[in-house]
Design a binder for this molecule. Structure first.
Ligand code: NI
Length: 133
């Protein structure tokens, strides 16, 4: 992607806040920070418009819970066409962390994430929304 420079006029107070944002978030310069802020907005737009997107679903659960593993597997087979891969980590004796990488239409990914997170026994679940840029 080619890089284009352009000038931006801002009130001093907003510029100070931007520099504060740059420092607190460890960006190396203002351009990177602004790029990240714009990208966040574009990702939200892509998800709202049901575009082709990518993301990750994280689930934490106790694998001893009855029927949980079967339901997790059934659900992932129902949505196999949008799942890129899944990785399972044993956090301790009882608890597991599963991270499912997904790519496809935003609404379908959201549906999968909602259904997985709602499975009885899931302790915590998140959908990390990204796009393909
Ligand atoms: Ni495990």
């Amino acid at each position: 992607m080619s890089v284009v420079r352009f000038g931006v006029s801002l009130e001093k107070e907003i510029l100070d806040e931007l520099d504060d944002f740059v420092n607190k978030n460890h960006f190396s310069n203002r351009s990177q920070a602004i790029r990240s802020l714009i990208s966040k907005k574009l990702v939200v737009k892509d998800w709202e418009e049901n575009q082709e997107v990518a993301g990750a679903i994280s689930l934490v659960y106790d694998h001893h819970k009855r029927d949980l593993l079967n339901k997790l597997a059934d659900m992932q087979h129902d949505f196999f066409d949008i799942i890129l891969s899944a990785q399972h980590f044993h956090l301790d004796h009882d608890n597991c962390l599963e991270i499912i990488a997904v790519k496809g239409k935003a609404f379908k990914i959201k549906e999968l994430a909602d259904k997985l997170i709602a499975i009885k026994g899931i302790q915590h679940g998140t959908l990390s929304m990204s796009n393909k840029q």
